[in-house]
Design a protein around this ligand. Sequence first.
Ligand code: SF4
Length: 395
Amino acid sequence: MRKHTADSDHEFRTYAPGFWAGQDFSGWETSAWQLKNRITSLRQLEEHLVLAPEERSGVLLSGNKLAMAITPHYFNLIDRNDPDCPIRRQVIPRIEETWDNPDEMADPCGEDSHMPVPGLVHRYPDRVLFLVTDRCAAYCRYCTRSRVVSGAGEQELETNFEAAFRYLEEHTEVRDVLLSGGDALLFSDAKLERILKRLSAIPHIEFLRIGTRVPIFLPQRITPELCRMLQKYHPLWMSIHTNHPRELTLEVKEALERLANHGVPIGNQSVLLRGVNDDVETMKALVHKLLRCRVRPYYLYQCDLIEGSAHLRTSISKGIEIIEGLRGHTTGYAIPQFVIDAPGGGGKVPVNPDYVVHRDATRVIIRNYEGKIFEYPEPTLPSAAQPAVETTVSR
Ligand code: SF4
């Protein structure tokens, strides 16, 4: 598949108003306008784009599974002359989403079976995932939580906030709470603050995280008021979700800088997607732009085995190849950890290129990023510390 990184994707640009030129787009810079004017129907899509038959059928069927919604800000990043546009592939449904595949699952990470109270996933010993809403600013076609997100599928997210707070108060082993969903940043400042305040009052919770794609889909939501509110609940970290360098527009960069200026450390999670970011050049442009936005590339996820995602998934070796193409070839801070969320609920498993060629009790043979081979001797204990000492003691 050809590469999708255009020269302009390496730079921060503003794309507004693009598709809306000639129409009334006053209010563009507010999140309320962006949410009100989301693209949610076939008619709206076809006002702006010529759809492929696979997309047209996909849109018509998406209402039974994962709704379609795209903010004007994000929609504007689509290259209308490129049917394989990497932005388009992420948010416009395709008929392939309805294809059956025996390897795929509705809940590939086994979250439902690790929910002690509705909406709270407790899979790792010391941390929880708190699903606070089922709504997002826009919907990603490969969403791992598409069974509950958007309200279109059969399953509903029925978070019991009081039960979740009580559970967290009682479970003193929980030191880290990740707010996700859906996207918590879609709540009003006041509603989000009520949750943060309540969680911060629990003495054993050491820090809070928000997992969000709002800075990418809806940078207008990252207002100075929101940032000032978030600042009150430090240590508060944020995991954003960016897949392609074009997503990092000037507006997004400014939003991320606003968060960073208010003391929010930000990491990025990317999902490895066929035709979107499955080549070294695209990922390198992405991670370089992220660092310039003061965001640390954190994870590169192998796409989960979510139903209807086969056309977006790549081989695992593609992810390894990308990491190999980054390690040693760019700043260490720019390199995310490639992980597979083990199907069925096994948690994240890191997957790395094989840099250890051989290992035994005396030495390790390693290879560097250029393929050169080196030997590192294992430490040998000085003779005084050898078992002879033990022998002496036991006499
Ligand atoms: S923003 Fe996150 S939760 Fe929402 S649709 Fe995309 S991947 Fe799913």
